[in-house]
Write a protein that binds this ligand. Structure first.
Ligand code: PLP
Length: 308
């Protein structure tokens, strides 16, 4: 429910324009039939100026999402990377930034078929701190296993960061919040843990870190970073299916995502996880993750694109 903090400029269809001028037609095809794709990227303030974390991977995933969803994109990977850097520079941000590239179908045709609707591309960035608040990062959140299942891979495409997938996420998140929780955890059609409404999921059991394969979840960039960090810290990491009861008896649990960063989970469906506070291993991973994104650990400088 974070209110957007207005910035100076938005990049729309090849041009930087003032924030309030970024308007679209009500007959934009994506608004009606939900075929659009997007990314969530973060840029952090570092001692060498603002830097975007894993920009190339996010932009590649954006173009792959468009390909899977049959959207022709009139820009190359290189052009989109340069445009995102240009956008960040032009806004002169002082805090942590969230960057939202969006590829959607504009005004041109109506009816279910998207053929004949022009592709539009928007790059939007604004200052946005902790996704669920600082308190969540420190003390953990309460999670509800959702009554909504993740769609099976023959129903929707979870590898695409498609706007249409977020109807399922939105219903699950809303259910969790209105029931007094902070976030939802969705199971797949077979009852195994899939992911959160906008995050990947990890547990710790007997010192090993476990996260499910991306069968019905997004191929997450933060999950990949956290696995790399965990291995570098000497932990065993297992990619295996997780059942609901394994979650309840885990020693630690946490969510990862570009927006959620590393958010500890203190309670699932009323079961206290571990000590009910951030777990030891989660704390180490969270600390190392923030060091990586803020350019404080040489090992991960390879993931930073400085914008100055
Ligand atoms: C459904 C879903 N799963 C997982 C993630 C985490 O992906 P990433 O770490 O690439 O941001 C996100 C956030 O983008 C998401 O929306």
């Amino acid at each position: 429910m974070a209110k957007v903090k207005e910035a100076k400029n938005i990049w729309l269809d090849g041009k930087l324009i003032p924030w309030n001028d970024a308007k679209i037609h009500v007959l934009s095809h994506s608004l009606h039939y939900a075929n659009a794709v997007f990314e969530g990227v973060r840029a952090y303030q570092t001692k060498n100026g603002i830097a975007i974390f894993r920009l190339e991977e996010h932009t590649k995933r954006l173009l792959n999402s468009a390909k899977a969803c049959l959207i022709d994109v009139p820009y190359t990977l290189d052009e989109l990377i340069k445009a995102q850097i240009e956008l960040i520079k032009s806004n002169d941000f002082k805090e942590t930034v969230y960057l939202r590239p969006l590829i959607f179908l504009g005004y041109g045709s109506m009816g279910v078929s998207h053929l004949g609707s022009p592709t539009q591309v928007a790059l939007i960035a604004w200052e946005w701190g902790a996704y669920m608040g600082e308190e969540a990062l420190e003390n953990g959140i309460k999670v509800k296993i959702s009554s909504w299942a993740k769609p099976a891979p023959n129903a929707m495409m979870s590898k695409a960061k498609a706007s249409a997938n977020y109807f399922n996420s939105q219903m699950a998140n809303h259910e969790a919040i209105t029931c007094g929780y902070d976030e939802a955890l969705l199971l797949d059609a077979n009852g195994f843990v899939a992911e959160g409404s906008g995050e990947c999921f990890f547990i710790v059991r007997d010192g090993a870190i476990i996260t499910p394969p991306n069968d019905t979840s997004l191929e997450s960039i933060t999950q990949n970073t956290v696995i790399e960090i965990a291995k570098n810290l000497g932990y065993e990491v297992k990619r295996q299916k997780i059942t609901r009861d394994e979650v309840y008896v885990s020693d630690e649990a946490f969510f990862t995502g570009t927006a959620a960063e590393v958010t500890p989970i203190s309670n699932v469906d009323g079961r206290i996880i571990g000590s009910g506070k951030i777990g030891e291993i989660t704390k180490k991973l969270q600390k190392a993750y923030f060091a990586a994104v803020r350019g404080e650990d040489e090992k991960y400088l390879k993931y930073l694109t400085y914008c100055n």
